[in-house]
Design a protein around this ligand. Structure first.
Ligand code: BGP
Length: 465
């Protein structure tokens, strides 16, 4: 829809930036931290592990000072479960509490709203050894972890996010830390347990701190049909139900999407639902929807002889026989790492989610992963990142004018960190971290050109993109 006069970004818009604990903190075994599933990653194919990452654990004050200089209004970070509960349950590690207490205090002193993700791909290894999310005991462990967090930080942290990209963990379990060779049946059983766990967490926060706000953070994207053929539209809609709406429907309405349930029945994937589970799912309500958006997908009806092919990552799937087949979109370019670039897709995705759920939305991730070059004078000219973000902010503003209640935008990522499976070469940050895959050096920080650009965007509340 065309708007003659554009409304500005809202006054208290959360101009933010995101990270996650296992990708940014390092200090993987310090101060009592237990091991998470991510700590099992070994350096491979020239790609680093998660042991040092950006060494944020030892640069925390410096990192917050740079956030203050940038003028951030919000910082989305996750809390490492194993820093708080080294074994996943049981004894609380006070040094872990102290680390996040200090981070939160520093943020608040600098007028930066902490937005805390409770769980971002780093399940405690001790829980994984007992079956991980397949084991119902993990539901109680998660709720216990939430209780510890809400008790310690609930008076200071207003915005919470339950589980990062539950949908991607289900669809790409080996990349994102729920285990190797997880069958589809097991993945959807794990998914069910995460639904119950996150609903219980939302209800618990509302009981303990009624003024706080909590929501999920799945990876959501509009799915386009490759043509005007009704069969392609059906493929796009069904894939969208399985990839997107299954999750928001469960979080918001506490129910299974009927199109997805039919797929489960057809393929013997129905999870075991214990008495009380659906009541628990209906008992938790998000106050807002987190949304990680990177790229749209384009699909067509699959050929009858379509082969199942393994692989893919968060933004690249190949298809599901009998449902859809991914095809390239000739209208869209790609990043260095093969992810489609579609700023207008952000507007499309926001409008779809807003009209389905009518809840405020916080963009919890969006950004460009690219190789950056540190020049001899310490500058990094990432005009490609500025261009990418500018176009997405323009579309976010249009979405606001379309009626979306967008409360903030937290690009991925605040600072360079280790990609989920592409190491340190694929950088996203406004702040450059000087290290390579195999030489961590001193992880010295440098401001990229995008840092100055984003500073100006924040100062002008998005008027000067
Ligand atoms: C999301 C994850 C993030 C982040 C981002 C970029 O799926 O929530 O943790 O890493 O994708 O992905 P990648 O690191 O694979 O480039």
């Amino acid at each position: 829809m065309h708007h003659d006069h554009l409304k500005p970004f809202p006054k208290n818009f959360l101009w933010g930036a995101s990270t996650s604990a296992y990708q940014v903190e390092g200090a993987w075994n310090e101060d009592g931290k237990g091991m998470s599933v991510q700590d099992l990653t070994e350096p491979h194919d020239g790609i680093t592990d998660f042991k040092v990452t950006s060494d944020h654990y030892h640069h925390m004050e410096e990192d917050v000072a740079l956030m203050a200089e940038l003028g951030l209004k919000a910082y989305r970070f996750s809390i490492a479960w194993t820093r708080i509960l080294p074994e996943g349950v049981g004894k609380v590690n006070q040094k872990g509490i102290a680390f996040y207490d200090k981070l939160i205090d520093l943020l608040l002193e600098n007028h930066i709203e902490p937005v805390v993700t409770i769980y971002h791909f780093d399940l405690p290894l001790a829980l994984q050894k007992e079956g991980g999310w397949e084991n119902r005991a993990t539901i109680d462990a998660f709720v216990h972890f939430c209780h510890v967090l809400f008790k310690n930080f609930g008076k200071k942290v207003k915005y919470w996010l339950t589980i990062n990209e539950q949908n991607m963990m289900v669809l790409h379990s080996s990349v994102l830390g729920t285990g190797e060779d997880v069958s589809e049946k097991s993945a959807y059983q794990q998914c069910h347990h995460m639904f119950v766990a996150s609903s219980k967490a939302m209800a618990l926060l509302h009981e303990m701190h009624p003024k706080c706000k909590i929501g999920p953070a799945p990876n959501i994207t509009a799915i386009y049909p490759a043509s005007s053929k009704p069969e392609d539209m059906a493929a796009a809609y069904e894939w969208s139900c399985l990839r997107n709406w299954l999750y928001y429907d469960a979080y918001v309405y506490g129910r299974y999407n009927p199109v997805v349930w039919a797929y489960f029945e057809e393929h013997d994937l129905c999870p075991t639902i214990e008495p009380g589970d659906m009541e628990a799912m209906r008992g938790g309500h998000p106050d807002y929807l987190g949304m990680n958006y990177y790229a749209t997908e384009t699909v067509q009806a699959p050929p009858a002889d379509m082969e199942v092919s393994e692989g893919g990552d968060q933004q690249t799937t190949r298809g599901i026989p009998g449902m859809y087949e991914s095809v390239p979109n000739p209208n869209l370019g790609k990043t260095q790492y093969g992810w489609t670039v579609d700023p207008v897709g952000l507007r499309n995705t926001l409008c779809q989610a807003a009209s389905r759920y009518d809840l405020p939305i916080l963009i919890t991730e969006n950004g460009l992963g690219q190789h950056d070059v540190l020049e001899a004078d310490g500058s990094i000219h990432d005009d490609y990142r500025i261009d990418f973000l500018r176009k997405h902010y323009e579309q976010a503003r249009l979405a606001i004018n379309d009626g979306v209640d967008l409360i903030g935008f937290c690009p991925w990522s605040y600072i360079d960190l280790v990609s989920t499976h592409e190491g340190f070469n694929k950088r996203y940050g406004f702040v450059y971290v000087d290290r390579t895959e195999d030489d961590v050096k001193e992880c010295k920080r440098y401001k990229k050109d995008s840092f100055d650009w984003y500073k100006k965007v924040i100062q002008t509340n998005g008027e000067d993109l």
